[in-house]
Design a protein around this ligand. Structure first.
Ligand code: UD1
Length: 424
């Protein structure tokens, strides 16, 4: 059985890592069961990891491979940046050659980025032999809908879901959305959330990060009672085109953060796209912003600062450590809404909607509908009341692998019984 998984952009890496770990566990178990450790085993799963290169630099990609113990990609497509059409088309052209060469049984795509759409489209139209055989397509994180088609990710989600044979859903809303779009229920599997598998696996290790010291967020001896207490701080990420591409909207968001940043430092992990907009728009953020390098040598003078503190994009463990200990998180990321829900940290989402309603119903998330300042005020006095969403228990990847193995075996036996009639 050969599984090919695709990663491309930052949020993909933590979603795929637990699936690769589950495959390794499966292969270990299999070797033991066969009594021939190290020897060839019939049911061993061969895994091929493809990196499209949508995100390509160390801060957005390389550091995640190290932190998450991901193997080096077997294939790197090196597509880099471009317009949506150019990036998607380039991934498709290069990925087709990989599928023809590798002939996997299953292609696993995750999330909602351009790489997800491009690779599922190629797999769906592939024909590997005269019978039209193609790999099955498995979409991890299927069914999420913001109902806002101005988001490129929404287009990617809808199309990927409709091309997929196996749809792995993270929350109940996903099942309802897929059913109401006519996706047959036998294709839908509610398995939980592999991003949360990673979070639970690395939550303790995140405390080995030195980011709090590097940003001067530990209280001095005698301050706050103990020598290593952590000071209150907010954490900010913004990268959606709808928030950062328009100067006025971006400035409004920063204004909404003023009150919080007068009380405590707000650490702003700046995405490359956002960094570029700050420069292009000539935003006058210097009055409230102090740029701080977090990779390499860092000053630790943040301790006495308030204001918004700009940093480079963080590694997985640094960011997880910062999320875990923050007073509040303000973001427009989808994944961070889920991670804060799981960590029980109040989150304000700077968007009009969310495709992850469980983070509001069960979790700690609030959409900043009536203004960021007011949402922050409410969230700062929030008192618990959240509970972990169903199946966000660290075992989603194992459930996915169990379904993949079962589906593969069923497909093989149906091919053997009527080889000319098989279709997906
Ligand atoms: C992409 C995803 C978005 C995801 C986000 C996480 C799509 C449509 N969007 O948006 O869903 O939430 O990633 O980060 O797939 N850049 C670098 N270094 C890199 C990668 C990008 O400097 O390693 C710069 C490039 O100049 C590029 C810009 O960042 O133009 C945006 O990158 P891109 O992948 O096009 O989209 P994101 O905004 O990152």
């Amino acid at each position: 059985m050969k599984i090919l998984s695709v990663v491309g952009a930052r949020p993909n890496f933590m979603k795929v890592a637990p699936i690769i770990a589950a495959i390794a566990r499966h292969n270990d178990k299999d070797a033991v069961a066969s009594g021939e450790p190290g020897g060839p085993v019939a049911t061993t799963i061969q895994h091929v990891l493809v990196h499209t290169g949508q995100h390509y630099d160390d801060l957005m990609s390389g550091s995640f491979f190290r932190d998450l113990n991901l193997p080096k990609p077997d294939v790197h497509l090196g597509v880099g940046s471009g317009s949506h059409a150019a990036q998607t088309a380039e991934i498709m052209k290069r990925f087709e050659n990989v599928l023809v060469a590798e002939k996997p049984d299953i292609v696993v795509v995750v999330g909602d980025v351009n790489s997800t759409l491009a690779c599922s489209l190629v797999a769906a139209k592939l024909s590997l032999d005269s019978a039209g055989t193609r790999p099955s397509i498995a979409h991890v994180e299927a069914g999420l809908r913001s109902f806002d088609r101005s988001m490129p990710e929404e287009i990617n989600r809808i199309i990927t879901d409709h091309l997929s044979d196996l749809l792995f859903v993270t929350e109940q809303s996903g099942i309802q959305n897929l059913c109401s779009e006519g996706i047959p229920t036998h294709r839908i599997h509610f398995v939980g959330n592999t991003m949360i598998d990673s979070l639970l696996a690395f939550r303790d290790k995140a405390d080995t990060s030195t980011i709090l010291d590097r940003l001067g967020l530990r209280a001095q001896a005698g301050e706050n009672g103990t020598s290593n207490a952590i000071r209150p701080y907010g954490l900010l990420t913004l990268h959606r085109p709808s928030n950062v591409d328009n100067r006025e909207i971006f400035l409004n968001i920063l204004t909404g953060l003023e009150e919080l940043s007068q009380d405590c430092p707000v650490i702003f992990s700046v995405h490359p796209r956002t960094r570029r907009r700050i420069e292009e728009c000539g935003l006058d953020v210097h009055s409230c912003v102090t740029s701080t390098k977090t990779n390499g040598h860092t000053q630790s003078s943040g301790a006495s600062r308030t204001g918004i503190i700009l940093t480079d994009p963080m590694s997985y463990l640094d960011f997880l450590c910062l999320m875990k200990h923050s007073t509040i998180v303000v973001t427009d990321s989808g994944g961070i809404q889920e991670e804060t829900t799981c960590l029980g940290i109040p989150c304000v989402t700077v968007r009009e909607n969310t495709e992850r309603p469980v983070t509001i119903e069960n979790g700690t998330n609030e959409i900043a509908k009536d203004g960021i300042k007011y949402a922050i005020r409410r969230q700062l006095v929030r008192k618990g009341g959240n509970k972990a969403p169903e199946k966000w228990d660290g075992r989603a990847a194992q459930r996915i692998l169990d379904v993949l193995v079962r589906a593969h075996n069923e497909r093989r036996s149906s091919q053997q019984s009527s080889p000319l009639q098989w279709t997906t």
